[in-house]
Ligand binder design. Structure first.
Ligand code: SF4
Ligand code: SF4
Length: 355
């Protein structure tokens, strides 16, 4: 659990299985999630008072959203767990509730075709599952929207802080041994700086008025360097500390900028397909979360829309609204789109594109 909390980007799988919750009957709901240990534990905690089945599908130990946006949590794995878990004998119905954020990777039409199960996309958050079920499998608007409060962002930032901290510590110890000069103050000073850059970015970057990570981090970095240089001029840092702090802040800020997505999914990753393609073979285990679509603008070819409302059900930014007059959807505030690609992939009329 400790590893999954602090180093989640390498994947922490548990064995795919069907888990019985309470005293389910043949009519009880069947939910499905990925096999990232932390997700399974959290879902189990939220549904512990229900009578239902939970299918844990293989996703290489990656969480639902990252797995579905990438290539770790996809339709074949859902089909495989349905076929191998024995769930067909445990229940008499054929309705499967998937997490809403899996919509980018999981295809309900293919699932229906291959194994005969009807798919419903449940709420974004596991805590809303009991209410969703009690509400006859209807989601409220609130249950469809992704929020990313500071507490959640801090949890994501742990993965950067602890990983960079470990790498930095090893480099520092090796360099200290070689030059036979270990300086505890410098070590602590740099660790605190890293902490400030990574966790501070979560609070400050969303308020810097640029759309993507790199320009935001550039502004943040300039402010940091001004502070570091000011500390030097008021005598708080010596020349060695000054240089070391600037080098470290540039390095850490660069990492934050490259994958701001990992810190807060409401912004795009700067790691486009090009970077991913370069490293995917050698470092697949490290970059499994980053197989994201390139940054683009969502657009609706409205004349083709058939009003199926799928996009309304699955958009985590709540960008679609049904127009009762002509029974089609309108796309509002497209600039808030986070390119999760769920609507593009699931639109029945293929009338949504990311340009
Ligand atoms: S509009 Fe954007 S955020 Fe909403 S589902 Fe489509 S791609 Fe995702
Ligand atoms: S998913 Fe496509 S066809 Fe269905 S309502 Fe949305 S835009 Fe229209």
């Amino acid at each position: 659990m400790f590893g999954a909390y602090f180093f989640r980007w390498i994947g922490f799988p548990i064995e795919p299985d069907v888990i019985k919750i309470g005293n389910p009957t043949k009519e009880s709901p069947v939910l499905l999630t990925c096999n990232f240990i932390l997700t399974v534990k959290r879902v189990l905690k939220e549904i512990k008072n229900l009578d239902c089945y939970l299918l844990v599908a293989p996703s290489n130990g990656i969480n639902v959203w990252c797995g579905a946006c990438g290539d770790d949590f996809h339709t074949d794995q859902v089909i495989s767990i349905i076929k191998t878990s024995g769930i067909n004998e445990l229940v008499s119905h054929r309705t499967l509730i998937l997490p809403q954020l899996s919509a980018s990777g999981l295809d309900p039409i293919l699932i229906k075709k291959k194994v005969g199960w009807n798919v419903k996309f449940g709420p974004v958050y596991a805590k809303d599952i009991p209410e969703y079920i009690n509400n006859n499998f209807q989601k409220t608007e609130k249950q469809r929207i992704i929020r990313f409060p500071i507490k959640k962002r801090a949890e994501m930032a742990n993965l950067y802080f602890f990983s960079i901290f470990l790498i930095f510590s090893v480099i520092y110890w090796i360099v200290s041994l070689i030059i036979q000069s270990y300086n505890l103050t410098l070590y602590l000073n740099s660790t605190i700086l890293m902490f400030i850059i990574i966790y501070g970015s979560l609070i400050i970057l969303p308020n810097i008025p640029f759309k993507t990570g790199r320009p935001k981090v550039l502004v943040y970095e300039i402010v940091l360097i001004i502070i570091i240089v000011s500390l030097f001029f008021i005598g708080f840092l010596n020349l060695f500390y000054l240089i070391w702090d600037i080098v470290l802040s540039v390095l850490v800020a660069y990492i934050v900028a490259e994958d701001f997505h990992g810190l807060t999914p409401i912004y795009k990753s700067e790691m486009g397909e090009k970077s991913w393609n370069k490293g995917k073979d050698k470092f697949k285990f490290l970059f499994s979360e980053y197989k994201l679509q390139p940054y683009g603008q969502i657009a609706l070819e409205r004349e083709k829309c058939i009003g199926c409302k799928v996009c309304i059900e699955i958009c985590p930014r709540n960008l679609y609204v049904f127009n009762e007059t002509d029974k089609k959807v309108d796309l509002r505030t497209p600039e808030k789109c986070i390119n999760c690609n769920a609507c593009v992939k699931r639109c029945l009329a293929k009338c949504l594109i990311i340009q």
